[in-house]
Design a binder for this molecule. Structure first.
Ligand code: HEC
Length: 389
């Protein structure tokens, strides 16, 4: 009996199909049928052409108009609101970007910023669609997607197939025939272990006569140590892991104990909350084990400079900034790069939460690390929201 392999594919097939076969960039602009997405389609236009004078920076704000903030952008003004949601023809913003009179045109010609027809059309359409602002993706709680309607209703064997088919139908394409078992085993091995299948793995998968042969092959891959190694790669990248110090000479460092901790955590399915506590502050757990302490190696992944003659304080600050940035990106999906300059005064008031673990750092600093980290991250996130509506 032929095994219905396709219905076991779902998860493994979707990313390559979306990224590869369709050849459509992930951030393709909205088609005529879709609504514009503020972060993807509109914010880049406002940021490039307007925020310099109508953005969060109060010092350089012109005409007391903020276009990064919906309340300000839609507020009543002498000449009428800059934006009247749903009514582009009544919005001063549209009059000003379309103005033939140079003295009226936005951006002002002497700024040397020139808004093209495409960008004008985007702003007009966005206002017509209701001028909604959305926060950055990482601050939006995830919601279950609505399954798309498809014509060829008998083809999908699971929910994800529906998304693949809907896109294919949109492009006027039909699904390819089912791939061979060898191909499916190869894809599963590459996805789950990062490696092509060994000959033994292929032989085992091909020789298995059971109906759930594919699931069994996947289970074997999930149980192999390579699975944790493959999963850990993403986290090691986010944490900026390396086996050398970077900078001058780029000498080796011994950080593989932390790397192996992450791999083991993946292989043992450690829940993400427990993983997070140990990465951030395993040493502060009651009676921390050696492994708990090793987990905090997350904080030691920044580059380290041991060049003779460097100014220690300069690099201490550099390391703290690196770690704040890394922490923001790894856990909050926020780069926090802006905090270095624009938010410097606020940051000075906000103590850096994680002291650089030098031999001299007092134990008392460590004892409040978790509390301070939490409030610090909250503060940074809210500062960042003010900048990025
Ligand atoms: C280089 C600075 C600069 C840039 C860039 C700029 N503006 Fe302006 N904008 C001004 C100044 C100055 C005023 C106030 C004087 C005026 O009304 O011409 C103004 C006024 C406005 C007003 C009228 C406010 C009112 O109530 O009278 C609107 C609407 C406007 N800008 C929209 C935009 C949009 C949209 C962009 C981007 C596409 C933009 N501006 C880019 C400097 C700028």
């Amino acid at each position: 009996m032929r095994v219905p392999w396709k219905d076991r594919l779902l998860l493994l097939l979707v990313p390559p199909l979306i990224a590869g076969t369709f050849g459509v960039p992930v951030s393709a602009p909205a088609s005529a049928a879709e609504r514009l997405d503020f972060q993807r389609d509109v914010r880049p236009v406002l940021a490039q052409f307007c925020f310099r004078c109508h953005g969060p920076d109060a010092e350089h704000r012109a005409g007391e108009l903020r276009l990064d903030d919906r309340v300000s952008a839609t507020a009543p003004r002498a000449a009428g609101p800059a934006i009247v949601p749903g009514q582009p023809d009544d919005s001063v913003l549209i009059h000003r970007i379309m103005a033939a009179d140079e003295a009226q045109r936005m951006p002002p010609p002497d700024s040397r910023l020139v808004l093209g027809p495409q960008e004008r059309a985007t702003l007009r359409r966005w206002i017509a669609e209701g001028a909604e602002y959305q926060p950055p993706w990482s601050l939006v709680p995830p919601r279950a997607a609505v399954w798309p309607a498809v014509r060829h209703t008998s083809w999908p064997r699971g929910p994800l197939d529906g998304f693949v088919l809907a896109r294919l139908e949109q492009l006027g394409e039909t699904p390819s025939p089912e791939a061979s078992r060898e191909t499916l085993l190869r894809r599963a091995a590459l996805d789950l272990s990062g490696l092509p299948p060994t000959l033994d793995q292929l032989d085992d998968g091909l020789a298995d006569p059971s109906v759930d042969a594919y699931e069994r092959a996947v289970d074997r891959l999930l149980a192999s140590p390579s699975f944790g190694e493959r999963q850990a790669v993403e986290w090691l990248d986010a944490a900026r892991y390396a086996d050398t110090n970077g900078y001058f000479g780029d000498h080796p460092r011994t950080a593989w104990l932390w790397r192996d901790w992450v791999i083991a955590a993946c292989n043992h399915n450690l829940p993400f909350d427990e993983f997070t506590i140990r990465q951030l502050a395993g040493d502060l757990l009651p009676q921390p084990s050696v492994a708990d302490r090793i987990a905090t190696g997350f904080h030691r992944n920044q580059m380290a400079n041991n060049e003779t003659g460097i100014i220690d304080e300069e690099y201490r600050v550099e390391y703290v900034a690196d770690r704040v940035r890394t922490l923001g990106m790894a856990w909050m999906g926020l780069t926090l790069e802006c905090s270095r300059c624009q938010l410097a005064p606020s940051l000075k008031e906000t103590k850096m939460p994680v002291s650089v673990p030098t031999k001299s750092s007092p134990a008392t600093v460590a004892s409040s690390r978790i509390t301070r980290l939490t409030s610090f991250c909250g503060k940074l996130a809210s500062m960042r929201c003010q900048l990025a509506p």
